[in-house]
Write a protein that binds this ligand. Sequence first.
Ligand code: IMP
Ligand code: MG
Length: 169
Amino acid sequence: MSRIVFDETAIAARVRELGDAITADYADGPLLVLGLLKGSFIFVSDLVRQVKRPLQVDFVVASSYGTAMSSSGDVQMVYDPETDLAGKHILLVEDIVDSGRTISVLWDVLSKRAPRSLAICALLHKHMAEHLHHPVRYVGFDAPNEFLVGYGLDHAEDFRHLPYIASLK
Ligand code: IMP
Ligand code: MG
């Protein structure tokens, strides 16, 4: 592991700011925070504790079959939320936006379920996303174009537990 890119203190401060912004932006109506597993599991658990309004939490599982360091274009929904999405504000939470394919597929699926609103929150954004046709409303950090692990992000399922985000490059 070459270097720590975002340490625990920086992450906690930024997550608090995101929570404040979400609290301010969603004045009324039911809010469902929908985490994309597995990568968002730590981020979601920290983020929802910084949102000071009622909300519900659920998860989606999408998988893209590719090599360890790059995702293929074939994105599948493996677990679909039990919750009825109709009439709710949906905040889709992703660990990292790379090509944007995962988010784009999920957006298309979720937007058909008549949510009251749909928005994306990504902890990290590489700004490489030529496949992303929807805005990412909340971005934790602009990420370097390196392979990042920790705080939920894996390489071949390792490193998710690290409390900081590090570059493998
Ligand atoms: P996208 O569909 O190309 O935007 O890929 C997003 C998904 O690929 C993320 O949810 C991660 O699971 C994975 N991914 C992309 N870049 C990285 C990285 O730097 N580290 C770990 N996982 C990554
Ligand atoms: Mg992964």
